[in-house]
Design a binder for this molecule. Structure first.
Ligand code: HSE
Length: 436
């Protein structure tokens, strides 16, 4: 069979990794596929100076539209990231009848409905395994391996940069900004690293996972998002004393009231496997009604781990390139006319246990006053501890673990406590999940 021609948009970290893997593993891939994959056209800034692809055999351009309009290109690989240009190029590729493989989670989470609709109308495939959790084949697991289950919940460490920062801060006492710079140098971070540390990147990925899990539309704008930049070394230490690790989790759960969709720092028991996932590694815990808990682990960012997922998508796309649509796995896992209309819940309506840390004047009666507020809001306290004040200091940290409480009740109680004269500054709150 003749080689399948692919066009590459972007030759940065992931684009370069993809070209490298396709070239290095060409023979192995051909043995699996029965035909070769040929990189025939590449677009990238400064492309003339690159050395990954052979310029005598591959067309090179700085204009991505040359690639998506090239009649020889059958599959367009979008690896430039961002929303605007990437969307225009992908829509044009679809209009031109080309299949698309992308690692762009922001694009799928925000413009996915329009892009997938256009792909369906044009009879082409949009594959996006590399968009979630880097090299972990979590999309394939949800769409195919777990297809027989009703998914009850998913909890994942799905941003490698954030996990790398938290791990380095905890294990080496390193400074937040210093570790972030290293993550950027290693090619882990987004072009705008606030996407990593403020949870936007994880929210993009969680939006996609929730769609695949429950057959709901992509609804990024309804995802509650909280970053890791306010976590202090004290919180990390107090959590450890209580037997927990702090991880930045994306959590989605199907409840009787709707779908939970939230990204925030979370205390999880140290005995859980996922609590021990460190550095740039990602892990996704999926609970299916038939299978129970399953855990997927691997590098969540970086050139070749992400390329691993991109190349798998190219291979999958080639396998069904001429197949009728009913022989293909639906792009969101469910038939497009069978999407469920289940509401995504507001964070105020969600119930979680909480870790709270407050700075209080070290004088009699303060703890009793705090307890009264929590009792008034029907919040049960599971554990409370007052940390030794530093030498000569008149203020102490008070740390509480609560039982499960509705978010709106907790907000009301925190607001009251913050009003006390004996309490200094804001109360730090980190949600707690047992994941058992
Ligand atoms: N910035 C992302 C991360 C890259 O750190 O997880 C992979 O999506």
């Amino acid at each position: 069979m003749s080689a399948v021609k692919v066009g590459l948009l972007g030759l940065g970290t992931v684009g370069g990794g993809t070209a490298t893997v396709l070239l290095r593993n060409a023979e192995e891939i051909q043995r699996k596929l029965g035909r070769a994959i040929e990189i025939s056209h590449v677009a990238g800034l400064g492309i003339a100076e690159q050395s990954i692809v052979d310029a005598s055999k591959v067309k090179l351009t700085e204009d991505g539209f040359d690639v998506v309009n090239d009649p020889d290109v059958q599959i367009v690989i979008e690896l430039i990231g961002g929303y605007t240009l990437a969307k225009d190029l992908v829509m044009k590729a679809i209009e031109n009848g080309k299949h698309v493989v992308t690692a762009n989670k922001a694009l799928i989470a925000t413009h996915g409905p329009e892009i997938l609709k256009a792909a369906n109308a044009n009879g082409v495939n949009v594959a996006y395994e590399a968009a979630v959790a880097g090299g972990i084949p979590i999309i394939k697991a949800l769409r195919e391996g777990l297809a027989g289950n009703q998914i009850e919940w998913i909890a994942g460490i799905i941003n490698g940069t954030g996990n790398f920062i938290l791990t380095e801060m905890r294990d080496k006492g390193r400074d937040f900004d210093d570790v972030l710079k290293e993550a950027q140098a290693l090619g882990y971070a987004e072009a705008d690293p606030t996407f990593d540390v403020e949870g936007i990147d994880a929210a993009h990925k969680l939006t996609i996972l929730a769609s695949l899990a429950y057959g709901i539309e992509l609804q990024f704008e309804k995802c509650y998002t909280e970053g890791i930049s306010k976590i202090t070394p004290d919180d990390v230490n107090y959590a450890q004393e209580l037997g927990y690790s702090i991880k930045h989790l994306g959590i989605t759960r199907k409840t009787d009231d709707g779908i939970e969709l939230r990204v925030h720092p979370t205390l999880i028991p140290q005995k859980r496997l996922i609590a021990n996932v460190d550095g740039v590694m990602n892990a996704v815990l999926v609970y299916g009604d038939a299978v129970g808990p399953t855990l997927y682990y691997g590098a969540g960012a970086g050139a070749e781990p992400t390329a691993s997922a991109v190349v798998a998508d190219i291979i999958d796309t080639v396998r069904t390139i001429d197949a009728p649509v009913e022989h293909k796995v639906p792009m969101l896992g469910f038939q497009t006319d069978s999407m469920a209309d289940v509401p995504v819940m507001a964070i105020d309506d969600i119930e979680t246990a909480c870790y709270l840390r407050m700075t209080a004047l070290d004088k009699p009666g303060v703890l009793a006053e705090i307890s009264d507020v929590f009792a008034k809001h029907s919040i049960s306290i599971e554990a409370v501890s007052q940390k030794e004040p530093a030498e000569g200091a008149d203020k102490v940290h008070v740390v509480l673990l609560t039982q499960k409480v509705r978010e709106s009740n907790m907000n009301a109680a925190i607001a009251e406590v913050e009003n006390f004269d004996e309490i200094e500054g804001a109360v730090a709150r980190i949600r707690v999940e047992q994941l058992g």
